[in-house]
Design a protein. Structure first.
Length: 137
């Protein structure tokens, strides 16, 4: 038979375990986004911190060309573009907001592309631009 003291200890242990597991689940929620982002080579991207990000099996030059073509097709005037060894950037305007498309070579023919619209981000516009880039890669 369980004494009241043993019963309380078991209850406290179960409660502490439950709280710990819930905390671990909440802390690992960001890892799901990283896993999805890792699958981005298949055309998936995530929206995090005001920008849509994805990694694609493409060279930096091919990614830059896809970004420029996406801007043209969406009617986004490009105000500047640049490319140096391992990164590229496109800046444009969309309905008064500045569009920032940045690209970083992260491996052999593996490029991370990030799209931000406006200072704080516009999720629907960023996703639309990112999808247009993905369609061209």
């Amino acid at each position: 038979m369980t004494t009241p003291k043993e019963y309380r200890m078991k209850t406290i242990t179960r409660a502490a375990t439950t709280i710990l597991l819930c905390a671990m689940l909440l802390c690992s929620a960001g890892c799901g986004a990283l896993i999805i982002g890792g699958a981005a080579a298949a055309g998936t991207y995530v929206y995090l911190d005001g920008q849509a990000k994805g990694t694609y099996d493409a060279t930096l030059q091919k990614s830059l060309d896809a970004g420029l073509a996406a801007c043209k097709s969406l009617g986004i005037p490009v105000t500047s573009q640049s490319m140096d060894g391992a990164s590229a950037k496109i800046v444009g305007k969309l309905s008064g907001d500045t569009v920032y498309i940045t690209m970083h070579l992260v491996g052999d023919n593996l490029t991370e592309i990030s799209v931000r619209v406006g200072l704080f981000g516009n999720e629907s516009a960023s996703r639309r631009i990112h999808a247009a880039i993905a369609d061209r890669l």
